[in-house]
Design a protein around this ligand. Structure first.
Ligand code: ZN
Length: 520
């Protein structure tokens, strides 16, 4: 059987003693043992500056070009993926993933519980959170400070590439096909005669379209008229930055428009600012537009299609009913209590080697600490016996105590690394276990957060909800068939067996068997 090999390490990890060589050795031994022929090796070494994974992408290309290669060999989960996008990319290729150190082979045929644990590990992969936000944020903020708008160009501007001191940088430049219309919109509104609705009509008649080709709704006109980018500044993370791009309108015209807003909308703006709990979570099943909300008779909140593409006929839904229905979706995510314990055990086992590493580090640090303590005790006696001078005693005592506190810090770090992993994993399991009761207890903002974790999308069709659950929670909807949750193949022979004794016991969790898939 043909395979590719993937290894990854960051420069920081290299300093801490994790090496590519060790990963390669382990993987190659595994390949020989399991009669897998390595067709290609892909190795990524990441530095602080260069975070892209060019060889991961090359590997994906290679696998696409060579469909007869069906196996990826790598050390463990967090070496292979850094985010869910990676996971989905690989999943779509329909491969067998050999996680050598975790003693696990994953494929489409894997059991649900195995996929679930795998999903949780990806959620916890070291770089997942950092990668998602920090790096991207840092780069964008830096760009904003330099005066370049860091995101997609708003209407009237285009993203263009420019060379600046030898480096390529994406900036925004005026879109000559649209900028005159933007200017006209500001001018019309500044007269105070036209409503946002009228201006929206005007824009659409003139053929102005959004980046995605949609008509310009009045809410988009509102945003446009509030956007300082058109006179030369821009807003980023709620701060105004001086932009280096060309202005479309003058600051005077912008200020004039703001005055009109102030006189017109001073009261009704409060309503516009109302935070509806579930907008942004739902899309219309009939036309694909977003679902928005409004207050009627100053107390009832209704959710309905924005109808950007014209009336689609989808029914309104009251917030109370929607809350209840969303709760039903959360309720579907559950794990039987008996299985939770078994999952915890599986999580623990999957992390055993790392735990052993930290424990051995802690042990050797403790030996060093005790050695220093011994020296400190001895030099104190030497001082009393006047074998050493007071100055020398002071100097050495300070030095060793300093070393001791460094060692204590290190010990703490290793202890933390050990507990963090489990806490994270347990938190996810707990979240799942208590999802519905947590949903009921929380206010609307809390409910929304929870839904955001569990759902990737949800459509609304005449009052009915059609959810898409996020991975790996999709595996837990409607509970899982019991046979699916067992690592034992023999249960498949009688999947309808109602006998609970066939399940792992709650009190004495069975050791998980994660390596039961037989390699041909
Ligand atoms: Zn619709």
């Amino acid at each position: 059987m043909k395979a590719v090999l993937y290894a990854r390490v960051s420069s920081r990890e290299q300093e801490e003693g994790f090496s590519i060589a060790a990963q390669l050795k382990l993987i190659k031994e595994y390949a020989v043992k399991n009669k897998l022929k390595t067709m290609n090796e892909f190795i990524d070494i990441e530095t602080a500056k260069q975070t892209g994974r060019s060889n991961f992408n090359s590997m994906i290309d290679f696998l696409r070009d060579n469909p007869e290669v069906k196996n990826i060999l790598c050390e463990k989960t967090d070496r292979l993926y850094r985010n869910f996008k990676d996971y989905l990319t690989i999943e779509n290729l329909d491969l067998r993933i050999h996680l050598v150190k975790e003693n696990e082979v994953l494929s489409k045929e894997s059991k649900s519980h195995q996929k679930f644990i795998h999903g949780i590990k990806i959620l916890m992969a070291k770089n997942y959170v950092d990668n998602l936000s920090e790096e991207a944020k840092k780069g964008m903020l830096q760009k904003a400070h330099e005066g370049y708008y860091p995101s997609f160009a708003p209407l009237g501007y285009l993203n263009i590439e420019n060379e600046l001191n030898g480096r390529k940088i994406k900036i925004i430049g005026i879109d000559p096909s649209k900028s005159h219309l933007i200017k006209k919109i500001f001018k019309l509104y500044s007269t105070g005669v036209y409503s946002l609705q009228k201006i929206s009509h005007f824009a659409n008649e003139e053929g102005l379209r959004s980046r995605k080709g949609h008509k310009i709704h009045k809410s988009a006109i509102y945003k446009m008229l509030k956007n300082p980018i058109y006179y030369g500044d821009f807003k980023w993370n709620n701060k105004i930055y001086k932009g280096k791009h060309s202005a479309i309108i003058s600051k005077e015209l912008f200020d004039k428009v703001q005055k009109i807003f102030f006189s017109k909308y001073n009261k009704s703006q409060k309503i516009q600012k109302h935070n509806f709990a579930f907008t942004g979570l739902l899309t219309c099943a009939k036309c694909g537009c977003a679902i928005t909300a409004e207050i009627q008779k100053e107390k009832y909140v209704y959710y309905h299609c924005t109808s950007y593409k014209g009336k689609c006929g989808n029914q309104f839904i009251r917030e109370e009913i929607l809350t209840e229905k969303l709760g039903e979706l959360v309720k579907k995510i559950r794990i039987e209590p008996k299985i939770i314990n078994w999952l915890k055990e599986a999580l623990l086992m999957s992390h055993k080697d790392e735990q052993e590493y930290h424990n051995s580090q802690i042990k050797s640090l403790q030996v060093q600490y005790n050695k220093l303590q011994h020296r400190l005790d001895k030099i104190y006696i030497d001082k009393l016996d006047e074998i050493v001078t007071t100055e020398y005693y002071q100097e050495k005592t300070n030095e060793w105590k300093d070393e001791q506190s460094k060692i204590l810090n290190n010990i703490e770090r290793h202890k933390e690394a050990n507990t963090n992993y489990f806490e994270q994993g347990l938190r996810i399991l707990e979240l799942v276990q208590k999802a519905y009761s947590a949903y009921l207890e929380q206010d609307n903002a809390g409910k929304r957060n929870l839904l955001n974790i569990l759902l990737s999308n949800c459509t609304l069709n005449d009052g009915n909800l059609y959810p898409t659950y996020r991975k790996p929670f999709d595996l837990l909807t409607n509970g899982l068939s019991r046979s699916n949750w067992s690592g034992r193949e023999d249960l498949n022979l009688r999947p309808l067996d109602p006998e609970p004794s066939a399940l792992p016991n709650c009190a004495t969790p069975r050791k998980p068997q994660l390596n039961y898939i037989i390699i041909n």
